[in-house]
Design a protein around this ligand. Structure first.
Ligand SMILES: *Cc1c(COP(=O)(O)O)cnc(C)c1O
Length: 469
C-alpha cells in the first residue's frame, strides 16, 4: 500500500474529526454567510506527482475553497427550488459515503430493503396507492426521463410495437400534451429520441399556469391514437396545479399515459391546508417527486413512481450473465437508468424517521406562511409588484417599473447577490421578466423574508440614485 494511503488509514479518525470540524464551522455560520457569490475562473494547477495526504487536502480546501461555496443550504437562498439538508439527512449522507454500498443489487445487503421501506413511507406521505412501484434516481429531471421512457414504451405497445428492442425508426411521431411543462420535460424527450417538438402546448386557464381541462379534452379528441399527457403538480413560477381529478376522468374517454411532475408540489400532501391540490394523483401512470428540494436531503435524490413496473423493466432491463435474469430479479439496475447506484434512499429514510409526518407538515406550512408573508410585504412596497398571487411556497414578483427588461432584472439580482444577504433567481411569467423567491428550506423563518425585503429595497434605492463620485 502506498505510504500516504497507509498513513491515512491509520489516521482515519483524525481525518473524520477534522472533516467534522470543517462542517461544523460551516453549519455554525449558515445564518450569516452569503447565500450566493460570484467566483471567477481559478488558475488551473498541475496534478500533483506526490500527494499531500487527506489532512493537508482538508486544510487546502478549508483555506482556499470553503469560503467560496454557496450557502445554498442556508435560510436565505431563494433561487430555483432549493432545499437544505436536515441534520438527520446530513448524518445519513455521511454514512452513505462511509458504507459505500452499491445499491443496485439485492443479494448482498439490506440496502434495497431500506429503499423499499423508504418508498413505502413516501407512498403514505403523498397518498399514493400501494400499487405504485418506486425507486430512487438522481433528480426530478431523471425521474421525468425514467417516467417518459416508460410512457414511450407504453405508447408503442398500444400500436403493437416494442421500441425498447426495435427502436422507433419508421414509427409515427409521439404526441405529448402539456400546458406548463418544466424545462426538464423537453430535455427528457430530447434524450429519449421522442424529440422536444413532440410537445403540443395546451392552453392554460386565464391568468393561470394550470391546464384548461376543456382545451385538453379537445386536443385528446383530435388525436389519432394513444398519447402522453404531462401534468404539473406545482409549477416553478407560481406553484400552480393542474386539476388531476378532472384529467383523471378523461381517462375513461381517451387512451393516454398520465405523467405527473410533482417535483416539489407533491409536498402539498403533507398539510391539510394544501393536500386537496394532490387529489386525483392516483390517476397518474407515473409520478416524479424530488427529495433534494422540499424534503431537505443533500443532493442528489428524487423518487420515480410507476403503475407499470413491467413496462419499466422492459425499458431498463440490464441483461448480462453476471447480472442475473431480469425476469427473476428485483434488482434496481433493471429498473433505473443507473447501473451502479449510490445508496440515496438512506438520507430520506433517516429524515422521515427523525421528523415524521408532523415534522414535514410543520416545515411545509412554515415555508408557505413565510411565502405568503413575503407576498404581503411586496404588495405593500413601493418598488415591487407581484406577478401572481402566492399559492404555496414561491413568490413571483418584479420591479415596479414601466416595461421592465430581463437585463434590468439581471443587473438588479447581481447587485442583490453581491450585497451578500439573500439570493434570488430570475424568471419570465407571461412575457414579463421577474424574480422568483422559492422558499423550501427547513431553516427559513418569516424574519428571513423581512430581511430579504430590506435588502431588495436598499438595492432598489441604490440603483435609483446616480453613482456618487
Ligand atoms: C426542479 C424541478 C425539476 C427538475 O429537477 P432536478 O431535480 O433539478 O432535476 C423538474 N420539475 C419540476 C416541477 C421542478 O421543480
Amino acid at each position: 500500500m502506498h505510504p500516504l494511503l497507509q498513513h491515512d488509514r491509520q489516521n482515519l479518525t483524525a481525518i473524520l474529526n477534522q472533516t467534522q470540524q470543517l462542517a461544523a464551522q460551516y453549519f455554525a455560520r449558515q445564518d450569516t454567510l452569503a447565500p450566493g457569490r460570484f467566483v471567477a475562473d481559478i488558475a488551473l494547477e498541475h496534478m500533483p506527482d506526490k500527494g499531500m495526504g487527506a489532512q493537508a487536502a482538508l486544510d487546502y480546501f478549508g483555506k482556499h475553497f470553503a469560503d467560496k461555496m454557496a450557502n445554498s443550504a442556508g435560510p436565505r437562498y431563494f433561487g430555483f427550488v432549493t432545499g437544505g439538508s436536515t441534520p438527520a439527512s446530513v448524518a445519513a449522507d455521511w454514512l452513505v459515503s462511509a458504507y459505500d454500498q452499491n445499491a443496485c443489487g439485492s443479494n448482498d445487503s439490506i440496502a434495497p430493503q431500506i429503499e423499499r421501506q423508504t418508498i413505502h413511507f413516501f407512498k403514505e406521505m403523498f397518498g399514493l396507492d400501494d400499487a405504485y412501484f418506486g425507486s430512487f434516481v438522481t433528480g426530478a429531471t431523471i425521474s421525468n426521463f425514467t417516467s417518459l421512457a416508460q410512457a414511450r414504451q407504453w405508447v408503442g405497445e398500444q400500436h403493437g410495437l416494442d421500441f425498447s428492442n426495435d427502436g422507433m425508426a419508421g414509427s409515427a411521431p409521439l404526441v405529448v400534451l402539456s400546458a406548463t411543462p418544466h424545462s426538464s420535460v423537453p430535455k427528457a424527450l430530447s434524450m429519449l429520441g421522442v424529440g422536444r417538438k413532440a410537445i403540443v402546448k395546451v392552453d392554460t386557464l386565464p391568468e393561470r399556469e394550470a391546464i384548461d381541462v376543456a382545451a385538453l379534452e379537445q386536443k385528446l379528441a383530435a388525436q389519432q391514437g394513444p398519447c402522453i399527457v404531462v401534468a404539473s403538480a406545482g409549477t416553478v413560477n407560481t406553484v400552480d396545479f393542474d386539476d388531476l381529478v378532472a384529467i383523471g376522468k378523461l381517462k375513461t374517454k381517451f387512451t393516454f399515459w398520465l405523467h405527473v411532475d410533482a417535483a416539489f408540489g407533491g409536498f402539498a400532501a403533507c398539510s391539510e391546508k394544501y393536500a386537496a391540490l394532490m387529489n386525483g394523483i392516483n390517476a397518474a401512470d407515473s409520478i416524479t417527486i424530488d427529495a433534494h428540494k422540499w424534503l431537505n436531503v443533500p443532493y442528489d435524490a428524487a423518487m420515480q413512481f410507476t403503475r407499470h413496473k413491467s413496462v419499466q423493466l422492459k425499458v431498463f432491463q440490464n441483461s448480462a450473465a453476471y447480472l442475473g435474469d431480469p425476469a427473476q430479479s428485483p434488482d434496481y439496475f433493471h429498473y433505473t437508468p443507473e447501473n451502479s447506484r449510490r445508496f440515496r434512499a438512506l438520507p430520506s429514510w433517516f429524515t422521515l424517521m427523525a421528523y415524521g409526518k408532523e415534522g414535514y407538515r410543520e416545515l411545509v406550512e412554515r415555508n408557505c406562511d413565510a411565502a405568503h408573508h413575503f407576498g404581503e410585504l411586496l404588495k405593500n412596497s413601493e418598488d415591487f409588484t407581484l406577478l401572481a398571487p402566492v399559492r404555496m411556497n414561491v413568490v413571483c414578483f418584479t420591479l415596479k417599473q414601466e416595461g421592465v427588461t430581463a437585463d434590468a432584472i439581471q443587473q438588479f439580482l447581481a447587485a442583490v447577490r453581491d450585497d451578500g444577504r439573500v439570493f434570488f433567481t430570475p424568471t419570465v411569467l407571461r412575457g414579463v421578466p421577474g424574480i422568483r423567491a422559492a422558499i423550501s428550506n427547513w431553516l427559513t423563518e418569516r424574519a428571513d423574508l423581512e430581511l430579504a425585503l430590506e435588502v431588495l429595497k436598499s438595492v432598489a434605492d441604490k440603483l435609483k440614485k446616480p453613482e456618487s463620485v
